[in-house]
Design a protein around this ligand. Structure first.
Ligand code: AMP
Length: 120
């Protein structure tokens, strides 16, 4: 079910480069290659999890704590907590998830507007 050939698995194996912001025992944070805000960083767990749904069902308490703490630590490392930022994770087709390894986006550096575009 988990695709070992996905691009974030390759980054974790250091087969392709990434602009790393933070690395911990449980997580890696790196800049998105196509930033959609002045600051756009991805945080991923080191374990092989497809999505937040998969992670919440299978990850150990230490992995969950380590991942959540890494999200906050990344934001503090970026210095965005005072002005504010957005954490977002796409799960599956309806959300347009492109990479099948759990990741959260951290967006910051400008006013981020409404949570969703208004459609339908
Ligand atoms: P999602 O649509 O939520 O699956 O987001 C996937 C994100 O991964 C997109 O914002 C891409 O720009 C980003 N991305 C894809 N390949 C890389 C890469 N090699 N390094 C950094 N970010 C990437």
């Amino acid at each position: 079910m988990y695709d070992q050939a996905n691009v974030f698995a390759k980054i974790l194996r250091k087969e392709i480069p990434a602009k790393v912001v933070l690395e911990t025992e449980y997580a890696l944070a790196f800049h998105d290659v196509h930033p959609q805000a002045p600051i756009h960083v991805l945080v991923i767990p080191k374990g092989a999890y497809v999505s937040m749904d998969d992670f919440s069902a299978r990850a150990t308490p230490d992995e969950i704590a380590g991942f959540v703490r890494a999200i906050g630590e990344t934001a503090r490392t970026l210095g965005v907590e005072a002005d504010g930022y957005r954490v977002l994770s796409n799960v599956g087709a309806a959300a347009g998830q492109e990479v099948p390894h759990l990741h959260v986006h951290i967006f910051a550096g400008r006013s981020l507007g409404p949570m969703l575009s208004k459609r339908d």
